[in-house]
Design a protein around this ligand. Structure first.
Ligand SMILES: [Zn+2]
Length: 213
């Protein structure tokens, strides 16, 4: 196994529509998937798409750590997984803002609007069909990764560039807002909700590279 080099925003490989994987069980695909999982864990990130490691094919790896999953029954912990030749269906009209980072855009994060529920299909390295309907963080991660296969980065989805910045600054701003809210306590703490580090769920945004994918 090997740690692969990750393409950063500006590299043309991140802007192209990727080609289908002809043989998901081919030894070179299994090796690529194993290397991508190792690279994702090393980064660390929660997802990595093949074009991010300079391979313009339609596959991505991801994982949902237990601490990132929501209370939803369809947003539970998921170990390292692969999805090859996926399709993605956005379910319903509901969209939510949530903080995202990207291993191809290091050091930055933004609040990105995403569908709250999606259904996806694909196959794994044994050609076994995968089909799931998911919500919450799981839904967000797979939409982010799926976008990479069509040459779309999260920056292209932003609707509010005021909610885009460096991890360190956003983390600092969130901490300051929390302190302010704590000291103001009840009554006049209205400013806390508008803090750039606070997610739409009310939880503080993810810190550092942990949310990157
Ligand atoms: Zn990404």
């Amino acid at each position: 196994m090997a740690i692969l080099k990750i393409a950063r925003m500006g590299h043309p490989v991140l802007l192209q529509r990727c080609a289908p994987v002809e043989d998901p069980g081919a030894p070179e695909i299994r090796r690529l998937v194993a290397d991508m999982m190792e690279t994702m864990e090393d980064a660390p990130g929660v997802g990595l798409a093949a074009p991010q490691v300079h391979v313009p094919l339609r596959l991505f790896v991801f994982r949902i750590p237990g601490e990132r999953a929501s209370p939803d029954a369809e947003d539970t912990r998921v170990p390292n997984s692969v999805l090859i030749n996926p399709t993605m269906e956005l379910m319903g009209e509901e969209r939510a803002l949530g903080w995202e980072g990207c291993l191809s855009i290091p050091g930055l994060r933004a609040a990105v609007p995403r569908a709250t529920r999606v259904r996806y299909r694909g196959v794994d390295c044994d050609g076994r069909p995968v089909e799931r309907e998911v919500t919450g963080f799981h839904a967000r991660v797979v939409q982010h990764e799926y976008d990479h296969l069509d040459g779309v980065l999260y920056t292209m989805r932003l609707t509010d560039f005021g909610l885009f910045g460096f991890n360190e600054e956003l983390g600092r701003a969130a901490e300051a807002a929390q302190r302010e809210a704590a000291s103001a306590n009840a009554g006049s703490a209205a400013s806390a909700g508008a803090a750039p580090g606070a997610g739409t769920s009310g939880r503080a945004g993810p810190t550092g590279a942990e949310a990157a994918r």
